[in-house]
Design a protein around this ligand. Structure first.
Ligand code: OXD
Ligand code: MN
Length: 593
């Protein structure tokens, strides 16, 4: 097959990869449907893919990974910069030269007897001012087919790169998937990514976490924009206006569910609609009108399967009904479809995620791995925003942060201004699952939900947020909010129903942005007046007293929280901005008894 480009930097790099990896054959991924179909057929013939029921799940496949290779590996993820200081204390660090030597040693000649696939891909619509391009070489058809869903691939990307040297160089080598030799390495100064000895999506679909967050956050620092772990959604009002917001939550807090929520009936009847722009990553920059715009650089959803069902997220479920690759879910042998925990009708005649005979009615073992995934094309999502492909992104009214806090954080509150908002994001935290049993769980700080994804030093990242604020006129700045769907009463029950009813909170947030509703100033920021949260149709589930409780601030708990934030800031070293330390001092003073 011919090369698809005359770009010297690309051809030299591919030749260098061939010399290192020694493939039998090189195949350039051109993005044609015929090529992808042929690769899927090949993967079925070797057993790498199982073709599912074509009538019920057209063009859908099941894939199983090695049981030791089923999740992102934070402990083996490295930022490789010339100095340790550049990566900061939250990241693992290795020196670039030694790392190249180590990794090249592991992967040398590992493509022998195999094909090297060269995938040109774009994060963002090809040609958009936001978009960035990359190439990933891989020995895995699974990676090619997933990248085809998650990113825009092929010839148009090479045409857009033209003769430029500005593209990300990505090397993936499956090797033997040995967990001891597994490395996920980002080299921000070299625009380079290596994923070695893994085939799990979050490690090897390099467009996602490796590029669109770790490398992109570093690029954003130097080019004055932001790569954030945020969903983007639009709320359409009965008059047809649509307002957009971005929201960041740590994992297991329902980001995909919020991004695709179904409005409560009272809202639907009035004509409100919810539109999804993205469920995981937002690239954010100032537009020509001085406002901030967000774009989803991805092209698909790489979602957690278990728990996704008609009640929790009918839109995500619908998105998986065609052209989807399922990873590590259970197989229903009766009709050759898939199953996971949270769906009805567990199959009696099934195979579990490792391919072992499994009876969903009687087995106490899980059918699907808890982190099993679907890779589904965005275009399948029934509530996909018509602005999703807009190369200029959507204007952002609000940044929303959140986490699981059983007692501390109110249902919603608003920051006083940009810097206070950055303070709230920087001190974000979530309680571990101990919270589910009623006990207050262990608090893990996860600033802006970016803890595993900031490609450089955390304090410097906070400063970048503050600096971006200074570039935007105050009247054009998005407003900052914090939400907590997970507040519990004294018996340990969740106080807020969540899911679609979270729209009631988003409604208040957007009303605040439009200046349409008052708020109460408290020690921690602006809280809603209880009567301004619309409980219409929810009166049986949430009493006014319960709502008041969810909107209360316990100064003693906040004083403890301030101590926790101080400890966290201390652990981050000297780069934590003075402005944020001032914010912390203000909080401490406000909640002191
Ligand atoms: C993800 C994650 O898979 O955040 O999106 O881990
Ligand atoms: Mn994520």
């Amino acid at each position: 097959m011919d090369n698809l480009t005359t770009n010297k930097s690309i051809l030299d790099w591919v030749a260098d990869r061939v010399a290192l990896l020694s493939p039998d054959k090189v195949v350039w991924i051109d993005g044609s449907r015929e090529q992808i179909e042929a690769l899927k057929a090949e993967a079925v013939s070797t057993g790498e893919f199982i073709k599912l029921n074509e009538e019920k799940l057209p063009d859908c496949y099941l894939h199983r990974t090695d049981p030791s290779d089923v999740a992102r590996v934070e402990g083996r993820t490295f930022i490789c910069t010339p100095t340790r200081e550049e990566t900061g204390p939250l990241n693992n660090w290795m020196a670039p030269d030694e790392t190249y030597e180590l990794l090249d040693g592991i992967i040398k000649d590992s493509y022998k007897g195999k094909t090297m696939y060269v995938i040109p891909y774009s994060m963002g619509p090809v040609g958009s001012p936001f978009s960035k391009y990359g190439l990933e070489v891989t020995d895995s058809i699974y990676v090619v087919c997933n990248m085809d869903i998650m990113t825009r691939i092929g010839q148009p990307v090479l045409d857009a790169i033209g003769s430029s040297e500005d593209w990300i160089k990505g090397t993936h080598a499956s090797c033997d998937c040995d967990p001891e030799k597994r490395y996920i390495c980002q080299f921000p100064q070299d625009n380079t990514i290596y994923s070695v000895c893994s085939c799990y999506g979050g490690n090897v679909l390099q467009g996602k976490k490796c590029f669109a967050l770790r490398i992109a956050s570093y690029l954003g620092l130097h080019e004055s924009w932001q790569a954030e772990h945020m969903l983007i959604l639009g709320l359409e009002y009965p008059n047809g206006d649509i307002k957009y917001l971005c929201a960041a939550f740590p994992s297991a807090c329902g980001k995909t569910n919020l991004a695709m929520l179904v409005p409560p009936e009272v809202y639907r009847k009035k004509g409100y609609k919810l539109w999804t722009v993205g469920d995981d990553i937002a690239w954010i920059r100032k537009g020509p009108d001085g406002r901030m715009y967000a774009l989803n650089p991805e092209y698909g959803f790489f979602g957690v399967a278990p728990g996704t069902n008609e009640k929790s997220n009918p839109n995500a479920l619908a998105a998986t009904r065609e052209g989807t690759i399922f990873t590590n879910v259970a197989l229903n042998l009766d009709d050759n479809t898939i199953w996971w925990e949270g769906l009805d009708n567990a199959p009696e005649n099934g195979l579990d995620w490792q391919g072992q005979p499994w009876n969903g009615k009687t087995s106490t073992e899980k059918g699907a791995y808890p982190n099993s995934r679907f890779t589904a094309p965005s275009r399948n999502c029934p509530c996909l925003s018509s602005e999703y492909e807009n190369p200029d992104g959507v204007p952002v009214e609000a940044f929303v942060f959140g986490g699981r806090r059983a007692k501390l954080a109110p249902l919603v509150y608003q920051a006083r201004d940009w810097n206070h908002g950055v303070f709230i994001g920087s001190s974000m935290a979530s309680e571990t699952t101990a919270a589910a049993t009623g006990a207050v769980g262990v608090v893990r700080r996860d600033p802006m939900a970016m803890r595993p994804f900031i490609g450089y030093d955390c304090g410097t990242y906070f400063q970048h947020w503050l600096d971006i604020g200074k570039t935007v006129d105050v009247d054009k700045q998005p407003k900052f909010f914090n939400v907590n769907w997970f507040r519990k009463d004294d018996e340990g029950h969740f106080m807020w129903p969540g899911f679609g009813d979270n729209l009631r909170v988003l409604d208040w947030i957007l009303k605040r942005c439009a200046g349409e509703v008052d708020a109460v100033e408290t020690e921690i920021g602006f809280l809603p007046k209880p009567e301004d949260i619309n409980l219409e149709g929810l009166e049986d589930e949430v009493s006014m007293d319960a709502l008041k409780e969810m909107l209360s601030v316990d100064k003693k708990l906040w004083a403890e929280e301030a101590e926790g934030i101080e400890e966290f800031y201390d652990s981050l070293g000297s780069t934590v901005p003075a402005e944020l330390k001032d914010q912390l001092a203000k909080l401490k003073a406000a909640v002191a008894e």
